[in-house]
Write a protein that binds this ligand. Sequence first.
Ligand code: B3K
Ligand code: ZN
Length: 872
Amino acid sequence: GQVFRLEDYRPSDYLIPQTRLTVRLAPDATTVVAELTIERRPGGDAAPPLVLDGDGLKLKRIELESVAQPAHEATPERLVLNDLPATDRFTLILETELDPDDNKALMGLYRSNGVYCTQCEPEGFRRITYFLDRPDVLSVYHVRIEAPHAAAPLLLSNGNPVASGELGNGWHFAEWHDPHPKPSYLFALVAGDLGRLGDSFTTMSGREVELGIYVEHGKEKLAAYAMDALKRSMTWDEEVFGREYDLDVFNIVAVSDFNMGAMENKGLNIFNDKYVLADETTATDTDFANIEAIIAHEYFHNWTGNRITCRDWFQLCLKEGLTVYRDHEFSADQRSRGVKRIAEVRTLRALQFPEDQGPLAHPVRPRRYREINNFYTATVYEKGSEVVRMLRTILGAAMFRAGMDLYFERHDGQACTIEDFLKVFEDVSGRDLSQFGLWYNQSGTPNLTIKPSYEAGTLTLEIEQSVPPTPSESRKRAMHIPLAFGLIGSDGKELEWTEVEGASVEDGVIHVRKRSHKLRFHGVAERPILSLNRGFSAPITLAVEQKPEDLIFLAGHDSDPFARWQAFNTLLTDSLISAYRCVRGDTRLRFPSQIAQLAGRIAADASLEPAYRALAITLPSETDIARDIGKDIDPDAIFVARRGLSDFIARSNHEPFAELYRELRDDGPFSPDAAGAGRRALRNVVLGYLARIEGGADLAGTQFSAATNMTDLVAALGTLAHDHAGSPQAEAALADFAARHGAMPLAMDKWFQIQATAPGEQALDTVRALMRHPAFSADNPNRVRALLGTFSGGNQTGFHRADGAAYAFFAEMLKDIDQRNPQLSARLATAFRSWRSLEPVRQQKARQALASIAGASDVSVDLRDIVERSLA
Ligand code: B3K
Ligand code: ZN
């Protein structure tokens, strides 16, 4: 396939300042008339050909400056015109015909559940009409939609509504005008018969904005939380970033077939209904938190993404990393900042670290791609957000805000690069950010090795940084790593120092810039306990020799919630890894009793937030442990080690956990807020421990029967199905859940997920059987992800069964899904990305499965790209 390279960027020869679309909708024969006003780019070549992008298009009619059928070459993939008018500006009219019902790739115009909708980012607009389908071509859109009134009473597009009316024969039309020039990837259209939840918002300058959330009829009430999150997001962006909304209406539509979470189309966000619909009986606390975050994320894109967009797709992190940073800050302000940060780091480590440490590693701003859809990754999004966060740490809050203000002022209406972004911060601060810029350009997770020593009032830290080699980057440069830290005295208070040499240290942050530093802190009163990478100030790994008693001290006393959580998590990880070595060496498992005592103390410590306590006593996942072991992984041994520690903690704390479980019972009315969610989280983690000791199945069964919200219900169901698989209580609960929620696909996803993640090699048969369940559909991305995605990504013992049967099965499923939806198959295939860290037998089986895909003839560019990079 073709490789696209950042260094090959050049501006287009032509611009399209205006786009008028008339879309006449029919399920299998929709016509699109595009009237494009085209201009030669000022200062460009004399008379280059006009080459427009297409993807699977059928051209029905073409007209150039009122001349029908001008000379042209049209294929499904491009339209070329060589003889163009001598004028600077001309009009090209194109008519294409589309088949929305046949569109199972869910890119371009398709129908989901009877609702017409579009997905254009990154290159879907070229499946609607021929266009300069690239983000640096900005156009003002005027859209007319025509459809039968009965099938589609609702007709939406970007911008503001300007006209509507009847056409006779039961047809009607609506026209929308978006005054803000935008790239084609932000175009959207929705038509169908949907219910509406309406509201309004008054902006900081007093303008009224009409808000609408469109969902399936009868589900309007389930959009209430999303609406609330939207209004809070609008207020927050005004207060924290000074950003006001800029149209008369803001609409959100929930659809049930969607490849990702949501899409930030100007004034018309389209959402996977999973991230809109919620009430306590259908959504978990995690769902509520995701809805809040994604509603905010898409709304925040209005400024970071839409008003200021990307010059090319290599710059994707310009909008994504920054917008993730903004939604993280929003959620931190709405909830508990410390808890939110721990959750972010867990996600980063679970999703981004393995990517950065395996064959799919790429810089936050990649330099090459074969399929851009494969670069909507944890690296671009999550590491991209961490980079913005480090920028704020380095510059301080006020300077960061000044830089953002300058960014909005200088670049509003433009398509920008990472260089433009960094330049505003250099300009406001006078700092040179060129070394910092390596975070965008160099892949791999940096490591810091730190050797502390203390003598006569002087603390010495020997710091070495290294960045491991990654695909096509064997040699790395030293990076600027802002390492937040504290020195803690034996009374738990922060220790002072009089003088420091060897690196710059400002506001509790060591600026590591060289490969090695020898830092000396003078005038330190006693041997300090080191609290390092506080708040996870840099997305790195850290190797420090710290005594268990220091970690225990930090776990009880660090004033930084993240570092405090990390200290206990490190203790847990260390004992899990030693247990794993015992399992593999066939020796008896042994766990230090201090770990169990500390878990008991943290769980019961009423001075700590319940949500924090829940996170602290949650054991590292099997994938976390695998990542920390790094190579020659045996997932079965990890499972045994982890279960051993869990049982050990449970048995050591049986009585106090049972007491805590009773105490945390929620009797008041349900609230999805952080406090309520935190109590439920703690209670359900405790249930997970209690479930494995005598009476556990009954306890979970009772919770299942008594549950009045989805969080408690799925926690009980998960416990039964995983820890008491096959028991009468588990069978009854699974049947009861399906009977209650069979008609609600989003709830059934949880039922699929729970069964797909039941540990053990029988999970493969379970998954095979569930694929024949009436609630499953191989065309719906949410169903596929719930069953096959969680099986491959969340069931270590099931997916990695030693005989390789699950790998072979999964490869067959990928090839099948790929026939219809390449984005989905490619995304699922990343489950193989860490295959080289497995023990040799599994490695061999995984390689065979990947090779069977690579060897197939009809594999999409998307899937082939992932498979070939994984094998390389
Ligand atoms: N910008 C979209 C993602 C589009 C993905 C295309 N494969 C959602 C978001 O990040 O907000
Ligand atoms: Zn985004």
